[in-house]
Design a protein around this ligand. Sequence first.
Ligand SMILES: NC(=O)c1ccc[n+]([C@@H]2O[C@H](COP(=O)([O-])OP(=O)(O)OC[C@H]3O[C@@H](n4cnc5c(N)ncnc54)[C@H](OP(=O)(O)O)[C@@H]3O)[C@@H](O)[C@H]2O)c1
Length: 325
Amino acid sequence: MKAIVNEEYGSLEVLQLKEVEKPTPKDNEVLVKIYAASVNYGDKILVRGKPFLVRLMGMGLLKPKNTIVGTDIAGQVEAVGRNVKQFQSGDEVFGDIGACGFGAFAEYVSVPENALTLKPVNMTFEEAAAVPQAAGVALQGLRKGQIQPGQKVLINGASGGIGTFAVQIAKSYGAEVTGVCSTRNLDMVRSIGADHVIDYTQEDFTQKEQQRYDLILDMVANRSISDNKRALSPEGVYVAVAPNPSVMLLGSLMSRTGGKKVTALRQIPDVKDMVYMKELIEAGKVVPVIDRRYPLSDVAEAMRYLEEGHHHGKVVITVEHHVDA
Ligand SMILES: NC(=O)c1ccc[n+]([C@@H]2O[C@H](COP(=O)([O-])OP(=O)(O)OC[C@H]3O[C@@H](n4cnc5c(N)ncnc54)[C@H](OP(=O)(O)O)[C@@H]3O)[C@@H](O)[C@H]2O)c1
């Protein structure tokens, strides 16, 4: 099968389209014929091996342990191991395979059945591949902030991969949502349901005296903890999704004073979140925003586009299968 392989850490040039052995499912595994994948921030971290800390987190010290990266897949079950209970050949599935060895940028992957969920019936493979990690992070972040109906929720980075899901999920909880993004994305963020939008090139949400939020979900982390705390209501919660060392180090300490809480999210893929997302999607409450699509051979280009920061929503990889693939 064809796959995008990185055998060493380095720039995106290390990524090569290669012919590699097609996996065979173990007893508890499902072999998925991948039709679409999507690109996330973590992918380029694994390709570059930077920050160095990721290498110490079991990803391979000198060279990558997993030579095919990518966490988000959508595809069709081609074969199942003999202990697999939930799936059978022909089922259409999607999932975040980040906890079971990665491998989304390939024609096939074999993963434990508990990494997969039946694909929402009203979606294409490309749309389904946009969902897993970004929607999983958005959902876990909003839950960590203890989202409740009627709350005022601010999404910082509302136009991005995670933010576009966060806006829609927060609305599905019955929150009043404010999305922060750049001028060119204001209409898009409104169109996915934000009640209010703030253009960060014109206004700083932390400096608006009259406006306080019960929950801030932060995909940018470009303001200090005290600025974010100022924008919270007396019992409000700030959740850092983007890496924010000061929140990780001082969050619990700074949460002791007053009712306001400051915390950081570390998302862990959970199939229960995907079941929840499938229901929201099938109920028409969440629709992925897809910016661009790239073929499998252009994964490096897709990552470069993401790195440039001009995208909105998700960047998707389409996987075409030729005869005998
Ligand atoms: N905690 C976890 O477990 C976890 C898991 C996955 C990812 N992450 C992190 O989450 C972060 C966001 O990921 P993502 O995939 O959503 O990224 P993304 O698609 O690049 O979205 C970020 C968005 O932020 C907006 N932005 C840039 N500068 C801004 C500013 N000053 N104020 C407000 N918005 C601004 C950009 O929108 P405009 O184009 O409109 O400027 C962009 O669309 C990354 O840092 C990633 O590493 C964390």
